[in-house]
Write a protein that binds this ligand. Sequence first.
Ligand SMILES: [Zn+2]
Length: 112
Amino acid sequence: MSRGRLITRLVGRLAALLSGGSRDEGIYRTAVRCGRCGEEIPVRVDLSRELTPTYGEQEGAYHVRKGVVGSGENRCFRTLVVRLTFDREKEVVGREVKGGSFVDGEPLDEPS
Ligand SMILES: [Zn+2]
């Protein structure tokens, strides 16, 4: 392989790393807004590590419950509790947040 082609390959690989590339596979992202100070707090769920199988009568195949706290810039340290429900394909089928709201719209499980 020529030196030029090798460098092209390395640059391509570096670009993929910087842009996030395949590392973002299996990550569910959303954001919530604090009900007290209005700060937007990103929420990130690793679908291969953080999901808990759901047993019994409950809806969905997996769920995750996360406590998220803002940066503290607004001198607000309220913890928002996010609960997400997933089906077998790890698609979100339900979600709720205590202490705030989802930035990207209404909860999925609320009839409109
Ligand atoms: Zn807050």
